[in-house]
Design a protein around this ligand. Sequence first.
Ligand SMILES: [Zn+2]
Length: 181
Amino acid sequence: MSFEFGWFTAARRCESPHFNQRPFGEISLLVIHNISLPAGCFGLPYIDQLFQGCLDTNADNSFADLAGLKVSAHFLIRRDGECVQYVSCDDRAWHAGVSRYGERENCNDFSIGIELEGTDTEPYTAAQYQQLVELTQALLAQYSSLSAERIVGHCDIAPVRKTDPGPSFDWERYLTKLRDF
Ligand SMILES: [Zn+2]
């Protein structure tokens, strides 16, 4: 089994308090994001801390804006390919914010959020593409309402506010690898 109670067994588990129940129990959309803390810096512990609600906002000047922010994602894939999970897929993580997919708003209700450690401009690593494909495959196998056609970027569901995962994300490379897996 790849999942136990919505937890991916291959991921490092790092539980976030930032989640609640999915109102309809539905899981039918995958949302790809990027994040780095501080912006453009990789390999630091601050993303885990942010999602766990224990970020030391004095650690960097740029963190002042993040004080009191309650956000999370289901997954983070680090530059070295490590997969971290913060919220069970069965629960609703807080990654999409104000968002719309087709006619539907509040994408957190029915989506899974995957963060890639990165920026809009810096190419993602081969290890990240590999891990992302493996995770996506496991999710598609586990949740029957997900499909390769229902994978979007945060920029697609919140186009005025958000740009991630950015032009640095090679959608063709990802989707081709996914098909050929
Ligand atoms: Zn995002």
